[in-house]
Design a protein around this ligand. Structure first.
Ligand code: GAL
Length: 678
């Protein structure tokens, strides 16, 4: 059974047979099936159930469970258990443990306390993966495998001795000579020059900061290590998989190139979606902030890896662990809303975390569908209703999310921004601003990643692309963008573009560096915007765009470059702040500052890409519109995130997929309500 075969939408849940008396298994599976749950994920933290002491393997526990699953007709996603190494292992081989930057070792008792580079851990992880695979993979109920659990969750930095050693090998392989490494890292600054490979270490506590170029390579190294660990397991699993079974992993976390990881090790990506993180008690949310709707942004990230994907863990209850976090139970309709949010963005499989809330351990407050008593409840009834909806949504399966606007991303810039405060500050404004503006203007957006390890993405399907602040850039990337624009695309850059090379060293070329020809722009001067400079704007034909965080003063130098907007209310008033350059059949806009929401909204409108589906379905701001398309047929998802009813207007007669009725004109969508029209 392939979960993303384009034939159907499927519901699942996460189940922990090791948390319950065996006498409950059959009844649990029966109730799941009765309520439309056809797939369960198991075993991701259950190493001890198979290898209780070193080298002793006992498969009876899961054999018994899989017998029950097979008897009941339940499908299973089986996991490798490497996210939680057993106590016997970490006690005997403490070198498998991860450490803090100051060298203090993380001990047994939490999870994800291992490091990817320990040869002992690699050997033990490979062995348990092999044992799991050779014993269980043939079972008919198993349909696929999850590797580990949430790669780089809990922590995305690794400072064990094995990491130290592996980092040295990584940079040696990358640079070949110390001379090249010293040059790339600019080690002549503050006398950091290395004269022997043994002097090179992963980041360690320093007075002041760790060298930023070293940090960039360190993050690349963490990504490389995580990917290697996943590949180690996937290569083993592939040898045992039944035909048609898949390999995946769950969640998207930082410091790992998930795109490359997926390409080399997985069949598709799964995501863990907890929109109620947005409703944790504590902060006073800004009423216009996206809150749970911001999860659409995360789902767009997943989609950039796998256009059709799965949700391995979808929120189904209140959140909280014993020591942190407290967020409400989903209100009536919200489980459906968040499920449909996932489906709208490309999920054909949605699995709830978890079947029943655990009665012990740190996650007693992280609720599943059922509470501790197992009684039937409102949440289970809602899941059953979702299953009914999934039946009528079959035609949506395999349809691709449709967007005409994209935001380009790349890991060099993402990882540089983590360490470079100027970069981080401008990027934070623009990435949230562009996404929020697009959401509020009902304009679907894709994220497109440029990664040197994968073939260049096809940009031609987008009419407008934002590449807000590519501070790190290369000629290859500039050429790719040049071709996109020449063929008719519209590209929008913000401030600071092209100021660094891929090692994070500032270029000595005139700015914007490798983008100079493409933009037809020059940047004679630039400045961060101080707190006293609150009133600076760029005037774009009468619209005043607020200047926040940073200003590049611009100049049009290309023959086809034209000034569209000028700075006001500052010492550089009258200097260009917005240019357009005509290149081939397309245009490149250079904007001298950042894109907060109001500014991004102006760009979307003026570039003619806002509200593309307005004539089909018009919705108030509180609703998201997402469209999936297959064989020329479009499915329109309307998601009402608000506690109030929303009135929408269908400009054309459409079929309501939930009811099969044909509708046109005004429709009331209830609080947290959803509709799918086809
Ligand atoms: C996920 C994780 C699950 C569970 C859940 C709720 O991140 O994969 O194992 O911990 O969060 O906290």
């Amino acid at each position: 059974m392939n979960l993303i075969d384009g034939e159907k939408l499927t519901l699942g849940t996460c189940y922990y047979p090791e948390h319950w008396p065996e006498t409950m298994w059959e009844e649990d599976l029966r109730r799941m099936l009765e309520n439309g749950i056809e797939v369960i994920r198991i075993a991701e933290f259950a190493w001890n159930k198979v290898e209780p002491t070193e080298g002793t393997f006992t498969f009876d526990f899961f054999d018994r469970f899989l017998d029950v699953a097979e008897k009941m007709g339940m499908k299973v996603i089986f996991c490798t258990p490497t996210a939680t190494p057993p106590a016997w292992l970490t006690e005997k081989y403490p070198e498998v443990l991860n450490a803090r930057i100051d060298g203090v070792i993380y001990r047994h008792g939490g999870r994800r306390h291992y490091n990817y580079n320990s040869p002992v851990y690699q050997e033990k992880a490979a062995l348990i993966t092999e044992r799991f695979a050779e014993h269980f993979a043939h079972r008919p109920c198993i349909i696929g495998w999850q590797i580990d659990n949430e790669i780089n969750c809990e922590t995305d930095v690794f400072y064990s001795q094995s990491d130290d050693k592996a980092f040295r090998a990584f940079v040696k392989e990358k640079y070949g000579t110390l001379h090249a490494l010293n040059d790339a890292w600019g080690t002549v600054f503050w006398n950091q020059t290395y004269s022997d490979w043994s002097e090179i270490h992963i980041p360690r506590p320093t007075v002041n900061n760790v060298n930023i170029h070293l940090l960039l390579d360190y993050t690349r190294f963490v990504s490389h290590s995580a990917r290697g660990f996943v590949k180690l397991q996937s290569d083993i699993l592939r040898r045992y998989l039944k035909p048609g079974d898949f390999i995946t992993t769950n969640g998207i976390f930082s410091n790992v190139d998930n795109h490359a990881m997926n390409a080399e090790s997985l069949d598709f990506m799964m995501y863990d979606s907890y929109p109620n993180f947005a409703n944790m008690t504590g902060g006073t949310p800004d009423p216009r902030s996206l809150r749970d709707r911001n999860w659409s942004r995360h789902l767009a990230e997943v989609r950039s890896i796998s256009p059709i994907f799965g949700i391995m863990e979808q929120q189904s209850g209140a959140n909280g662990q014993t020591h942190s976090g407290m967020a409400p139970t989903p209100k009536p309709g919200q489980i459906t809303l968040w499920t449909m949010q996932s489906v709208a963005h490309g999920a054909d499989y949605v699995s709830y975390f978890r079947w029943r809330t655990c009665t012990f351990g740190t996650e007693i407050y992280w609720h599943g569908i059922l509470d501790y008593s197992s009684r039937d409840n409102r949440r289970l009834r809602e899941v059953k209703e979702i299953h009914k909806k999934f039946q009528s949504l079959k035609p949506v399966a395999g349809a691709h999310y449709e967007a005409k606007v994209a935001v380009i991303k790349d890991f060099d810039n993402i990882w540089n921004a983590q360490e470079d405060v100027w970069h981080r500050t401008i990027e934070a404004v623009s990435s949230q601003g562009i996404y929020a503006a697009a959401q509020h203007a009902h304009t679907p957006v894709d994220f497109v990643y440029l990664t040197d390890e994968l073939p260049a993405p096809d940009l031609s399907r987008y009419s407008v692309i934002f590449y807000p602040h590519p501070m790190l850039a290369s000629k290859t990337r500039a050429d790719l963008l040049q071709r996109y624009v020449e063929n008719g695309g519209t590209l929008v850059f913000g401030c600071r573009s092209g100021i660094k090379d891929l090692n994070g060293r500032c270029v000595m070329d005139l700015l914007p560096g490798v983008f100079r020809e493409l933009t037809g722009a020059d940047v004679p001067e630039y400045t961060p915007v101080g707190p006293e400079d609150k009133h600076i704007v760029v005037d774009w034909e009468g619209e005043k765009l607020k200047v926040t965080v940073f200003s590049d003063e611009l100049d049009a130098i290309g023959e086809q470059a034209e000034v569209l907007g000028w700075y006001e209310n500052c010492y550089y008033a009258g200097t260009p702040g917005l240019l357009v350059n005509r290149v081939g059949k397309g245009s490149v806009y250079s904007f001298g500052t950042t894109f907060p929401e109001e500014t991004a909204a102006v760009f979307l409108r003026r570039l003619g890409v806002a509200e593309p589906y307005r004539n089909v379905v018009e919705v108030p701001e509180c609703c998201e519109i997402a469209v999936r398309e297959k064989d020329g047929h479009r499915f329109y998802f309307v998601l009402n995130y608000s506690a109030e009813p929303a009135e929408i207007v269908l400009g054309e007669a459409k079929t309501d997929l939930y009811t099969g009725e044909t509708v046109q004109g005004r429709v009331q969508v209830e609080p947290y309500g959803t509709r799918v029209y086809g």
